[in-house]
Design a protein around this ligand. Structure first.
Ligand SMILES: [Mg+2]
Length: 417
């Protein structure tokens, strides 16, 4: 079997996602997706990766990873190049699975479990969607709209927690402190918050948090604990916005509410600062979907800077690299959590890894994505039963693009050579 061409496909309604296909002369095509700056990834895939891969055996997965990584490292590439490599790697695993008739988790060495616990990241159906050429938090939906879980955790957190528990979901991730960082009006403007990309000369940008803002941010935690006690695990998302003293202050204030983890209160770019945060709090620090390859995870593990390791398979280096990162974490007694909130193939890759890796703890999902967004893109959605995702059974990655996607308005496909 030989690789014949690489394809990238973009749907304007989901502006951050790039679908990546690897075609073969056996008639098999492996697919993946990755997220953020699709044009930059397209450039790498068609200018660099395609000439390096076409004509070669798609199942020499380790060889292709190393060859592509060496080119990327040579040009000090980091973000878009690694994300593109990640998607190509996942597509090769999809081909491997399709060609053997086995799901990817089986090819990784088989099951460590037959299902993996999931939690709900409380984004709504508009989270990350195209809104007049820009993407953001998607809080322009109806306040009582179905699966409007971001509006939910800001306005009716107890009701949302009860609703999730009724489905068997016993973990939820929320980010009520985000609105203090970038909005001139802080809390009062939260529904207009477009994200960190908006220029703003009137905020402190996360250097510190006032006591009043801290109390507002704690409100959902307080209300959820009052309503459902300890039945719900609460994950705190910080999106990397805070300084060390602000992160310490938030972490300390959250301790009475016993969060399951505190995630990316700071960016994971200063490992010493991250270690300082971890050692200042009894709550496990989680780091980080922002890290790529074993080489960036190694110092976090070496310095004991986080107790839980988050991996995004289509950002960190693909299935091949994510398995190695998980094993490194296991050697340091750290569990891993797999990232979603991006694209359907990324979620599937995470699930296969979570079924296989002995130290996998939990898989992120967004119920709005599982029920609204992903069914608009792919044929198969993971099966969730009472808060547990069942091991996929189909060969390969276990889902494929809907046949009508190519014909949709504005969809672009680039093929090379
Ligand atoms: Mg996150």
């Amino acid at each position: 079997m030989k690789i014949t061409k690489l394809e990238t496909l973009h749907i304007p309604d989901y502006p951050n996602i790039l679908f990546v296909g690897v075609h073969t002369d056996a008639g098999l095509t492996g697919w993946s997706d990755t997220y953020y700056m699709p044009d930059a990834m397209r450039g790498f895939i068609h200018q660099f990766a395609s000439p390096m891969l076409v004509g070669h055996d798609p199942l020499a997965i380790e060889l292709h990873w190393r060859r592509l990584y060496e080119v990327i490292a040579h040009i000090a590439g980091k973000g878009a190049e690694i994300r593109a490599l990640s998607a190509i790697d996942c597509a090769l695993w999809d081909i491997f699975g399709q060609s053997t008739g086995l799901p990817v988790w089986q090819l990784l060495g088989g099951a460590a479990r037959d299902r993996i616990r999931t939690y709900n990241t409380c984004g709504g159906p508009g989270y990350g969607r195209n809104r007049g050429g820009r993407t953001g938090y998607g809080t322009d939906g109806p306040a009582d709209g179905k699966y409007e879980d971001l509006i939910g955790f800001m306005t009716r957190p107890a009701e949302l927690a009860q609703d999730l528990l009724s489905e068997g979901i016993t973990g939820m991730k929320i980010w009520p402190f985000d609105y203090v960082v970038h909005q001139p009006g802080g809390w009062d403007d939260w529904r207009t918050f477009k994200g960190a990309f908006e220029p703003n000369l009137r905020t402190l940008g996360g250097q510190m948090i006032s006591n009043a803002d801290l109390e507002r941010g704690l409100e959902p935690f307080r209300k959820i604990r009052e309503a459902v006690g300890d039945k719900m695990d609460l994950m705190v998302e910080g999106h990397g916005f805070w300084s060390l003293p602000a992160a310490k202050k938030i972490a300390h204030a959250l301790e009475p509410y016993k969060p399951f983890w505190i995630e990316d209160l700071m960016r994971a770019d200063d490992v010493d600062a991250l270690a300082e945060l971890q050692h200042s709090t009894t709550t496990p620090v989680l780091a980080s979907e922002y890290l790529t390859t074993r080489y960036e995870y190694k110092p976090v593990l070496d310095k004991r800077a986080a107790e839980i390791i988050m991996i995004d398979p289509t950002w960190a280096g693909g299935i091949t690299e994510s398995k190695k990162i998980a094993t490194m974490a296991e050697a340091c007694k750290r569990p891993v959590a797999m990232h979603d909130c991006t694209g359907p193939f990324t979620l599937m890759a995470g699930i296969h890894l979570a079924i296989n890796c002995t130290n996998a703890m939990i898989q992120e999902t967004v119920r709005a994505y599982l029920r609204v967004t992903y069914p608009d893109m792919v044929t198969d959605i993971p099966v969730v039963e009472r808060g547990q995702i069942l091991a996929p059974t189909k060969p390969g990655i276990g889902t494929s693009l809907l046949p009508d996607v190519r014909g949709r308005e504005g969809v672009t496909s680039v093929v090379s050579p």
